[in-house]
Write a protein that binds this ligand. Structure first.
Ligand code: M6R
Length: 604
């Protein structure tokens, strides 16, 4: 997974390209590169981050009002200057940046080498520049359309030819690509935030679409080169949302944005009487005859899926599975036309989730997505979409996307329940309306204690997160957050499982974060914590219980506001996010761009 960006206009291209790369860096930061055209290609590429590229550019100024650029998350070939994009053909006439994977690149590479092409990198991408070279006879669009006929895999591409000074060709296949429509200039990028400062008018490309950008116009074609038309959309995101807004990091900003994000998720969907209106977004017929629900998702979104499973099982009499999307296609699958498949994905682009959804669809399942990104691939392919309206989430570690997914799941269960049983889950929905204030209170009252706790555990090598019932899913999300940005190992356990093995690792001062929000499980959880305390574990207890005395089982007890038990996960996750953030800061980690990771994973 990588980020690509392109510009054609009358101004120097590099300010837009570099700004775009900085916005797209969450998609990968192993290397970065830029190519501008002004009679010649002016190229600068380097291993490392966009800031390294910017440093290198001080010694290699670029020229040109047309250009392409790339930030890489390495798949084929190590992170290095040579493997940084753009990649060129044998004569440096064709420049290509690519997001995706060319699955048949080995065959293509040996075929091209046999034909005499000389390769400079280990990447799969380089076959594209040589293929375009093979077909190029002065018409870049035609050469690209012929080259992509030979590609298998996923690709968002931006391509320049040295002798075409006012033409940029781009292609979208299974990876996102957006065209921004300006006045006398046009833009290209992997996502909306990279463009939104410059224009709100955008074309969201579909798979198989090819686009020719010049400074005067944008023309759209299908993959055989036939011209097609499509209406631009006007994107309503506020450009200020994609800045840090005074916070030190995007992650901290996004944690603080959660009360507003939840408000945006429920706005216009629940009224003051706790009545829900989702009929336009999710047509009632989607649920008719549904006898089974399957959730598919990855990572944090999978933890949201576990929450969804808990809601459906608790409130409806229907079998529910929550599957890791990466496993879903490789096991026996009972999806059929009575199955409702719910894909949860912030980006709407995760390859595993997309693949799982497509398989279920092929088996006749009805499909629904909970996603944050308008026009994303998953949102376009499912029968219905419930947008989470979290706004742009830039930090790799998901925070507001997660809590808004949980809020969407509450909306969804209420909608489903009303249609199936006539029952309106007004108490749950009204409690959801009250959630933003409780989130704000949670942040305000606990941030300082969590910062102190994060500093205390900064040198820990292992941490454990425990909970029972729905708190177990929250524990899984808490440990993932800590692990991914602080690099401290974390393990999540259902409280009752400790004694079946992991208790052996609980020794003096080992940090244990415990979640206790479900009244019917409280006594059992206390017993589990006693087992931990008896071995010397250092317990941070997060609870919504306002009365019980937990001083014998919690070294530190943070009491969160009282809340509807089914909404507790939307509250308890906030302190675990802050804990992860402060621990990572105490260790000097780059919280927004953790090592080896990227925001959305569009490869299997
Ligand atoms: O875009 P998606 O929600 O489909 O992404 C799935 C996971 O890659 C994602 O949730 C990941 O686990 C988080 N960024 C971790 O914080």
């Amino acid at each position: 997974m990588c980020g690509i960006v392109g510009y054609v206009g009358s101004r120097p291209a590099d300010p837009f390209l570099i700004q775009g790369l900085n916005k797209l860096e969450y998609r990968g930061y192993d290397s970065a590169g830029i190519c501008q055209l002004n009679h010649e290609f002016y190229v600068c590429k380097t291993k490392g981050r966009v800031s390294d590229l910017e440093r290198a550019l001080k010694h290699t100024p670029l020229k040109g009002c047309i250009g392409i650029a790339h930030t890489r998350w390495a798949t084929h070939g190590i992170p290095s200057d040579e493997n940084a994009h753009p990649h060129f053909d044998c004569h440096q006439n064709i420049a290509v940046v690519h997001n995706g994977i060319i699955e048949n690149y080995r065959q293509l590479r040996s075929m091209l080498i046999n034909e005499g092409h000389i390769f400079q990198s280990d990447t799969d991408t380089e076959v594209i520049s040589h293929l375009v070279e093979t077909y190029y006879q002065g018409d870049l669009l035609e050469a690209v359309c012929r080259a992509i006929q030979e590609l298998k895999g996923s690709y968002a591409l931006a391509i320049l030819a040295k002798d075409q000074p006012n033409q940029l060709i781009a292609v979208k296949q299974d990876n996102p690509l957006i065209v921004g429509l300006g006045q006398g200039e046009n833009y290209l990028a992997s996502d909306i935030p990279a463009i939104i400062d410059h224009t709100a008018e955008m074309l969201i490309l579909n798979d198989g679409e090819v686009v020719r950008l010049s400074k005067e116009k944008v023309e759209l074609f299908d993959r055989s080169g036939e011209q097609i038309t499509k209406k631009p959309v006007s994107i309503q995101w506020d450009p200020v949302q994609v800045q840090k807004g005074g916070f030190e990091d995007f992650m901290l900003k996004e944690i603080h944005e959660q009360p507003q994000a939840i408000q945006d998720t429920i706005a216009g969907r629940i009224n003051e009487r706790g009545e829900l209106d989702l009929d336009r977004e999710i047509p009632p017929h989607l649920f008719e005859g549904v006898s089974k629900v399957q959730f598919v998702a990855c990572g944090t979104a999978y933890h949201a899926a576990l929450y969804g499973k808990h809601l459906f099982e608790t409130l409806m009499d229907i079998p529910v599975e929550a599957e890791l999307a990466s496993e879903y296609r490789y096991k026996r699958n009972l999806a059929d036309d009575k199955t409702l498949l719910i894909a949860v994905s912030q980006s709407g682009e995760t390859a595993d989730t997309l693949g799982a959804m497509r398989l279920a669809k092929a088996k006749g399942a009805r499909t629904l997505a909970i996603t944050n990104v308008l026009g994303s691939t998953i949102s376009r392919e499912v029968d219905a979409v419930l947008y989470s309206h979290a706004g742009p989430e830039i930090a790799v570690a998901s925070t507001k996307a997660y809590t808004t997914q949980l809020a969407c799941l509450c909306l969804l269960i209420a909608h489903f329940c009303r249609l199936k049983t006539g029952e309106n889950l007004a108490a749950l929905l009204l409690a959801l309306r009250g959630l933003p204030d409780k989130m704000s209170q949670t942040i305000k009252e606990n941030a300082a204690a969590l910062k102190a706790y994060g500093e205390k555990i900064r040198s820990a090598s292992d941490t454990f997160f425990i909970g029972r019932g729905i708190d177990y899913a929250s524990a899984m999300e808490g440990q993932l957050k800590l692990k991914e940005i602080s690099y401290i190992h974390g393990e999540a356990l259902a409280g009752g499982e400790l004694k079946h093995g992991t208790l052996a690792l609980i020794v003096e001062d080992v940090p244990v974060v415990a979640l206790l929000t479900q009244p019917e499980l409280a006594d059992k959880m206390v017993n589990n914590l006693k087992e931990v305390k008896a071995r010397g574990g250092y317990v941070l207890l997060l609870t919504t219980d306002q009365e019980s005395d937990f001083s014998d089982v919690g070294d530190q007890v943070l009491r969160l506001p009282e809340i509807h038990p089914l909404l507790a996960p939307l509250l308890t996750v906030v302190p675990t996010q802050l804990l992860a953030y402060y621990t990572a800061k105490a260790r000097g980690c780059d919280v927004d761009k953790p090592r080896n990771l990227a925001k959305s994973i569009t490869v299997e």
